[in-house]
Design a protein around this ligand. Structure first.
Ligand SMILES: [Zn+2]
Length: 225
């Protein structure tokens, strides 16, 4: 799997305790430079020569420097192997060309193709040797915007430690329990009959005097209009 680390964390040395490739505890920590890939469109510049391409590629390249990057003993052996193979191929190519020039006649028509093979051998040897560097050894490269270090073929333990280093919300944050969506609680139906007190005790009916026979005379101004 590919594991992504923020470039800031890598620069600050916030990296796992195990190596990325094997997931084994680091036996040594090395200053490591991760680089971005050259954008594919930049290779078009090769049509105009190696120099324009090299300049643009160098300008566009993003680097992230890790002050400490974990490598295990197996990583060290892998580095040695790549270095020996790469240097071996280069030496083979050089020795081959020298031997060829001594053996073949100057005008031999087979010299051209054979030299081409040795040139390819030389390029292959340099390519293998370059993968012995710390960055390629860790299978790490920088995103084109320089913000992320991608580590390819990362070991599970490495990935777990990277995840643990990431700041951010905890994945298992405790939320209050969600209210249970049950049937609404209604009061029992029909509602219980209200409890009435005893009927009020009325006193004896008031004794009214004799009803007035007529209203007293009223002034005309008091009449509602
Ligand atoms: Zn390792």
């Amino acid at each position: 799997m590919t594991v992504d680390l923020p470039a800031q964390a890598v620069t600050a040395g916030a990296v796992p305790e195990v190596c990325a490739r094997h997931g084994q505890p680091a036996t040594r920590r090395r200053r490591t430079v991760f680089r971005s890939y050259t954008p594919k469109w930049a290779y078009v510049l090769l049509l105009f020569g190696v120099l324009p391409f090299a300049i643009v590629a160098a300008v566009l390249q993003k680097r992230v420097k890790a002050p400490t990057w974990p490598f295990c003993a197996d990583c060290g052996r892998l580095r040695t192997r790549r270095l020996l193979i790469g240097v071996g191929l280069v030496v083979l190519a050089v020795v081959g060309v020298v031997a060829l020039s001594a053996l073949l006649a100057p005008n031999d028509s087979t010299a051209g193709p054979i030299v081409l093979v040795f040139v390819l051998l030389l390029i292959a040897g340099l390519g293998v040797a370059s993968t012995a560097g710390n960055g390629p050894l860790a299978s790490g490269h920088v995103s084109n915007d320089g913000s992320i270090v991608h580590v390819r073929r990362a070991h599970d333990r490495f990935a777990e430690q990277v995840a643990a280093l990431q700041p951010g919300p905890q994945p298992h944050q405790a939320y209050p329990p969600y209210p249970q969506a049950g049937p609404p609680q209604y009061p029992p139906y029909p509602p219980a009959a209200p409890q009435y007190g005893p009927p009020p005790q009325y006193g004896p009916a008031p004794q009214y005097g004799p009803a007035p026979q007529a209203w007293p005379d009223q002034a005309q101004g008091d009449q509602p209009r």
